[in-house]
Structure formats: structure tokens, C-alpha cells
Design a protein around this ligand. Structure first.
Ligand code: ADP
Ligand code: ZN
Ligand code: ZN
Length: 729
């Protein structure tokens, strides 16, 4: 009699599955015959579907399937397919994802997704990864002609050679040798080409002010530093020298910059110092390029990374320094789930790697500065500009200027200063934070503005395409012949103006002057951004005009005048942060003038010169603005005095929105204020309502929201949670 063969044990694998429904945010158990490491993707049957998931844990058992069934109360299914041999999410990032989901009240899977380049995201439908052909030697013995031998030896020397390179060198021979089985052809994923920069720049000798700041950071043992230095005080140089120190110790460096500040200028500056160990990660890259840069970090080929928000999740293994430049910038906050702020993430990663985090800004966020004053962050200040010059700021009261019959776009004061600069061959930057030609069209009969049918928001007229455009959803349409609201055919009056109109005004006032325009309309194509800046740098145009894109991080020594049009327009928004955002923009834009060795001039055109935001900008006084704004926040009980959680319910069906909001309202109770239900403007065909929680105990607020949500069958797209929202719109 044969003994029954011993049953080999198996593995029970816990898997997070891809699913947007909140109540499914838990792991599910599956069987596997092989061990699967945490953070690997697997494909699993779920209901009638086949879903991708991430392995959470894997335990060995010698139970039979039957025993397992009895233990669980139902039979477990087998994993259908293991997608990755090596984990995509390492242990640090795994723990970070779980932490982040609690912080942002999102789902585990959405956090994993946020961390990965789209090519390897679980929801990505096995997107195409670009492969390349390579050849290596086979073991076959073959007879070779002398020419073939040359190619053969070349491959032997190099181990493996890209097929295309070999074809260039040896024409048809590689093909023949593949046919002969002397070479083996194989495919590999394409890797990033190293960033090459011929210019090697030596570091500057630091000025006293920079040196002091640098030493305050290196000689102390704090975790988070807030480097507050006026624009042009040499902060970037301090970052680069700190980075150099860190690389010398064999550690990695992450430098985060805001979306629009990752200019070619910045990349050039960093790459000229750190040649080949550099990776660049930003949203301008396509999926394949992002994946290649991600691999550079994962395979430890990149030692220093410059990137925007999502670079915060790159799989570093030995971080020695994290810099977050312009830490106040709104692009650090993600506005889809999970609504994380990169600042919170870098601080958390800094803790894990025991590395210093430097938050830098000329206009720190109120939250960060308040923390620095309470010694939660170590405050380091640089008060002088490198060139010891300061911007000379002139305010123009537009109400008065227009009463005197001046142009409502360019006042006489600004016009005269422009003339003077142009005469001495200097360059000018003009900022107007609104694009398009006219911002609105109003019906002459009923006075209604033309709104986007999908968003309820006023549409802007763009003359270059002869159409109206919605800046929220991108919908375009021709100007209607009759008013969509009242049906009158009386026509429309125009209202407000944007960069396109500004450009025309400049051409009319200064015939022959060359301008470059930079806004969302002129930069939609890849690298358009870089081309415009390069052209301005090469002085191919006297004037660069554009939206807030041109306010940040640019360093053009020949610019001696900055004109800001409608400088206080941003104050009309009802958002509690509108003063802060306007102050940042005015200060940053002013900082573009006079960066070499002349005092720069700045002209700010406003309708209310007495407003404290405008006054503090004129005095270039951050502290004064801070004190004033904090009083306002305290009076209104806004952050940083309180915490907010915004819950936005949205759907294409109004009744679904009504119903869900009411349900949430009924259940949300605790030691905090519940403000709502507020109906928001329709956006991209979605009806939206918001409930706002305001209170002093964020943990309690989170707990309450979490309790209410666990029971809902809603997905994370219908109920969007934003903890510590930056804007409320
Ligand atoms: P910030 O980042 O504070 O706006 P930057 O680091 O861009 O300031 O410096 C402003 C300008 O001064 C840049 O053109 C930079 O090259 C130059 N610069 C910075 N540090 C020094 C230094 N120590 N010596 C000479 N030039 C410097
Ligand atoms: Zn009308
Ligand atoms: Zn729209």
C-alpha cells in the first residue's frame, strides 16, 4: 500500500483590492502556493470580476483547504496571478500609506496609487512600458568572417549591447549573427537617459548671511527648519550646498519645488552642480518618462532628485536631506483623493530617515510661520538680498487714474516707467493673473453673464480662437447670437480683461516692441514653457507677460521693472486664504525685479491702495502682514486657530447629492461646529454640496467623519474629504 503523499502547506495572503468604495477598504484573504512579499501586486477574483490588489501579508499554513474553509466559515479563492516579483511599495512607503490614509481619511488603495507612477498603478490597465532590443552572446560555437568577428568581440567586451547601436556600427552583420544563433536577441525595459549638462558650475563662496543660515542648520539637531529668506537672498544656493554635504556622506537628497517653478533654469542650476546622479520628476513628463525616473531612484542610480509634489513618494532608501522650496505654494496640496499636503509627507519621511527637512520661502504659509514662532520648527532667517538692493515699489490707485482718463489696463505711471526701461534696453515683466481677452460677456438686455453650461461659472472670451472658454472644464463655444438667458438679440457688453488683451494693449502703446506671453493657453504644449523662458533669457523679447506662472522662481538679471496689473483682484474672492494668496503673489512677483546689481522697480496697480495686503507688500514686510492676518484669522476662528475638514458631495444627480448630504449632516456630531449644507457651483456637470467641520480637536473630528463613512456604500469620488483644505470653492 502506498502512503498518501504529505500535503504541502500553502499561504494565506491578505490583499488590498482596487476599489473606490470606502466600505471595501480592508484586506481580503486569498490562497497561494508560493510566498508573496508585502507590496507586490497580484490579480485576484472578486465577485464576478478580476481585480488588481496589493499583498499586505502572507502566512504559511499546513491546514488543508477544507480546514481553512472551516476556520473562515467560507472557502478562500486562489490568487490568479502574481504581477510583481519584487515589491513595488517598500516597507517605509507601505507604512506611510497606512498613516496617510488615516490622516487624509481616504482609502489604502488610493494612497498606494498616489505613490506610484501611472504605468505601474494598480488601476492602470497594464499600460505599455517601452521596451528596447538588446543582444548578448549565445553559447553556440559558430564560424565567423573577420568582419563578423569584430562585431562578436565588441559584444563580448560589453556583455550586452543595444541592438540599434550595434546596427549603426555594423550595419547588417548583427542581423546575420542573430540568424546564425551567435547572438541572442532579448528585450528590456527602456531606462532613463542620464541628464547631461556640459557646464560644470562651481559653488559660490557663501556670503555671511548665507553662511550663518547654513551653519544654523548644520550645527543644530532639529528635525524641521523653516528658512525664511526674502526673494533673491540666496536660499537656493544654501540648499545646493547643504545637498552637496549630504551627498558627500553617501546619502540621498530630495528637493521639492512647486509645479510651475520647476523651470529649465532651476534644472540647469542643479544639474550643473550634480551632473549624473540626478533625477527630475514632474507632471510635464509622460508616463514612460516618469516611470524611467522612478526606476532611477528605485535602483539607487539617482542620488539627488528635483521634483514636484508627487516626487515626495519616490522610493529612496537613504535620504539625508529634504528641501521643500516655496513651502507656502498651493501646488503642494493634492486636490483629489487622497488630499494630502506634501509638507506633512516630507516631515513624516524625515522622521523615518532621521534626516533634516528644510522648508524654504520668502512668504511662509501662516501655518508654518506660526509653528516656527512656537518653536515647533526651527526658524532660520536671511534678511538681506545677495546684491543688497531692494525693489522700489510704486502703488497706482486705478480708481484715480481712470478718473483722469488714463488707460484702465496700463496707467500713465507704469507706461512712463516702461518707456524708460525700454530706452535703456532693460527687460520688463508684466503680471496679470487672468488669461483670455475679455473675462466676461454680459447681455445688454438682462445683464446676465454668459456661463458655462457645465459649471455655472462665467466663461472668458479668447480672441485668438474666436471663442468663449470655460477655465474650469475647458468647454469652448462660439459667442451666441441671442442671449441664452433671456433670448434677447441686443448683444453683449464686455467686462474685465485678461493677458491676451493686455498683450494687445502693449503692442498698441509700444509699436514694434516684442512680447512673449506665458499662460495656460500658450503653454499647453510640451516644452512650450521652457521655450518661452529661453527666448526671454536670450533677450529675444523686451517684455514677458503672463499669469502667476511668471511670478515664481525666475531669475532674469536684466529685468529691472515688474508691473502688476489688477494686483488686488484676488482679494475679491471670499475664501479665508485670499489675503494670504494675494500677498504671496505680489511679494513673489515683486521679487523678480532687480536681481542683479541695480535696484529693481515694481509698479502695482490696485483699486484699494490702503488695503493691508497692498501696504505690507509695498513695505516688503512679511512680519507685519503675518501679525495682521493672524488677527483676522483669530477673529473668524479660521486656521491656524482651528482645524477644518471639508466634505464635498458631488454627483450628476441632484437628488443623490441632497440625500447624501442630509444623511451625513444627521450623523456628524461632536465637539466641533458643523457648517452646512452649502450648495456650490456646478462643476463639470457635477452638482456639489459641502459640509464644513470646524474645531480645535482634529483627531476627534477625523474620528467622527471616519465613523460616519465606514458605513456608507459611497465611493471616494462621490464623497470627497479634504482635511485641512487650502481653499473652499
Ligand atoms: P533665492 O532662492 O533666495 O530667491 P537665489 O539662490 O536664486 O535666491 O539667489 C539669487 C541670485 O544670486 C542668483 O542669481 C544666484 O546665482 C546668486 N547668488 C546666490 N548666492 C550667491 C553668492 N554667494 N555669491 C554670488 N552670487 C550668488
Ligand atoms: Zn439676456
Ligand atoms: Zn465648464
Amino acid at each position: 500500500m502506498t502512503t498518501p503523499c504529505k500535503i504541502i502547506g500553502m499561504y494565506i495572503v491578505e490583499v488590498w483590492i482596487e476599489h473606490p468604495v470606502r466600505s471595501l477598504d480592508q484586506t481580503y484573504s486569498y490562497l497561494s502556493n508560493v510566498e508573496i512579499l508585502q507590496g507586490c501586486r497580484v490579480s485576484v477574483p472578486f465577485g464576478v470580476k478580476q481585480l488588481t490588489g496589493f499583498s499586505e501579508s502572507c502566512t504559511y499554513t499546513e491546514e488543508t483547504e477544507e480546514q481553512i474553509k472551516q476556520r473562515f466559515g467560507f472557502s478562500l479563492k486562489f490568487i490568479s496571478n502574481i504581477i510583481d516579483e519584487q515589491p513595488l511599495i517598500n516597507e517605509e512607503l507601505h507604512d506611510l500609506a497606512l498613516w496617510m490614509k488615516d490622516q487624509t481619511l481616504s482609502t489604502t488603495i488610493s494612497c498606494f496609487q498616489a505613490m506610484l507612477p501611472s504605468i505601474v498603478k494598480p488601476l492602470g490597465k497594464d499600460k505599455h512600458r517601452v521596451k528596447e532590443k538588446w543582444v548578448k552572446l549565445s553559447d553556440e560555437e559558430v564560424n565567423l568572417t573577420p568582419k563578423q568577428l569584430q562585431a562578436y568581440l565588441y559584444v563580448q567586451q560589453n556583455g550586452k549591447v543595444k541592438y540599434s547601436t550595434l546596427r549603426e556600427m555594423f550595419k547588417t552583420i548583427p542581423h546575420t549573427l542573430v540568424e546564425k544563433n551567435a547572438f541572442i536577441l532579448f528585450e528590456e525595459e527602456r531606462d532613463a537617459k542620464p541628464i547631461e549638462n556640459e557646464v560644470m558650475a562651481a559653488p559660490f563662496a557663501l556670503l555671511d548671511s548665507q553662511n550663518k543660515a547654513m551653519h544654523e542648520i548644520t550645527d543644530t539637531e532639529d528635525a524641521v527648519y523653516l528658512l525664511h529668506g526674502v526673494t533673491g537672498s540666496g536660499k537656493t544656493e544654501v540648499y545646493l550646498q547643504l545637498a552637496m554635504e549630504c551627498l558627500k556622506q553617501g546619502k540621498q537628497v530630495l528637493i521639492l519645488v512647486p509645479e510651475i517653478a520647476l523651470t529649465p533654469q532651476m534644472i540647469e542650476r542643479v544639474s550643473s552642480r550634480f551632473h549624473n546622479a540626478l533625477a527630475i520628476y514632474h507632471s510635464g513628463l509622460n508616463a514612460q518618462e516618469k516611470y524611467e525616473q522612478w526606476k532611477l531612484v528605485k535602483n539607487n542610480q539617482a542620488r539627488i532628485v528635483v521634483g514636484t509634489r508627487s516626487a515626495v513618494f519616490l522610493p529612496f532608501d537613504q535620504l539625508g536631506l529634504i528641501v521643500m522650496d516655496e513651502e507656502h505654494d498651493a501646488s503642494y496640496k493634492q486636490d483629489v483623493q487622497p488630499c494630502y499636503h506634501a509638507r506633512d509627507i516630507v516631515i513624516q519621511r524625515g522622521k523615518y530617515h532621521h534626516c533634516k527637512v528644510i522648508l524654504g520661502s520668502a512668504t511662509p504659509s501662516l501655518d508654518s510661520y506660526a509653528r516656527a514662532l512656537r518653536h515647533v520648527y526651527h526658524l532660520v532667517e536671511i534678511k538681506e538680498r545677495i546684491n543688497h538692493c531692494f525693489a522700489d515699489i510704486t502703488l497706482v490707485d486705478m480708481k484715480r487714474a481712470m478718473m483722469h482718463g488714463e488707460s484702465f489696463i496700463l496707467s500713465d505711471t507704469l507706461k512712463e516707467k516702461m518707456q524708460k526701461q525700454l530706452a535703456s534696453h532693460k527687460q520688463i515683466i508684466l503680471l496679470l493673473n487672468r488669461r483670455g481677452f475679455h473675462s466676461q460677456l454680459r447681455c445688454k438686455s438682462c445683464q446676465e453673464v454668459i456661463r458655462c453650461p457645465h459649471c455655472d461659472i462665467a466663461m472668458s472670451y479668447h480672441r485668438d480662437i474666436g471663442k468663449m472658454k470655460c477655465h474650469t472644464c475647458g468647454y469652448e463655444m462660439y459667442v451666441p447670437r441671442i442671449c441664452p438667458h433671456c433670448g434677447s438679440g441686443d448683444g453683449f457688453t464686455t467686462f474685465g480683461f485678461g493677458t491676451e488683451r493686455l498683450e494687445e494693449e502693449v503692442h498698441q502703446m509700444f509699436p514694434g516692441v516684442k512680447t512673449l506671453r506665458m499662460d495656460a493657453d500658450t503653454t499647453s504644449r510640451k516644452n512650450a514653457h521652457a521655450k518661452i523662458l529661453k527666448a526671454f533669457e536670450n533677450q529675444e523679447a523686451e517684455i514677458l507677460l503672463g499669469t502667476q506662472m511668471i511670478a515664481k522662481g525666475l531669475d532674469f538679471p536684466n529685468v529691472t521693472l515688474v508691473g502688476i496689473i489688477n494686483g488686488d483682484e484676488g482679494l475679491n474672492r471670499t475664501d479665508f486664504r485670499s489675503a494670504e494668496a494675494t500677498f504671496d503673489l505680489l511679494m513673489q512677483a515683486s521679487g523678480r525685479s532687480g536681481r542683479k546689481d541695480t535696484n529693481g522697480e515694481v509698479v502695482i496697480q490696485v483699486f484699494d491702495p490702503s488695503h493691508y495686503v497692498v501696504q505690507c507688500t509695498k513695505e516688503q514686510n512679511y512680519e507685519k502682514f503675518f501679525m495682521h492676518e493672524m488677527q483676522f484669522r483669530k477673529a473668524g476662528q479660521y486656521p491656524p486657530y482651528t482645524y477644518l475638514i471639508a466634505i464635498t458631495v458631488s454627483s450628476t444627480q441632484q437628488n443623490k447629492v441632497d440625500h447624501t448630504s442630509l444623511l451625513l449632516m444627521q450623523h456628524l456630531q461632536g465637539n466641533f461646529k458643523v457648517i452646512g449644507i452649502i450648495s456650490l457651483l456646478k462643476k463639470k456637470d457635477l452638482y456639489r454640496q459641502r459640509i464644513l467641520l470646524k474645531g480645535k480637536n482634529l483627531d476627534e473630528m477625523r474620528k467622527q467623519v471616519k465613523n460616519v463613512l465606514t458605513d456608507t456604500e459611497m465611493d471616494i469620488n462621490t464623497i470627497r474629504i479634504d482635511v485641512n483644505p487650502l481653499t473652499l470653492d
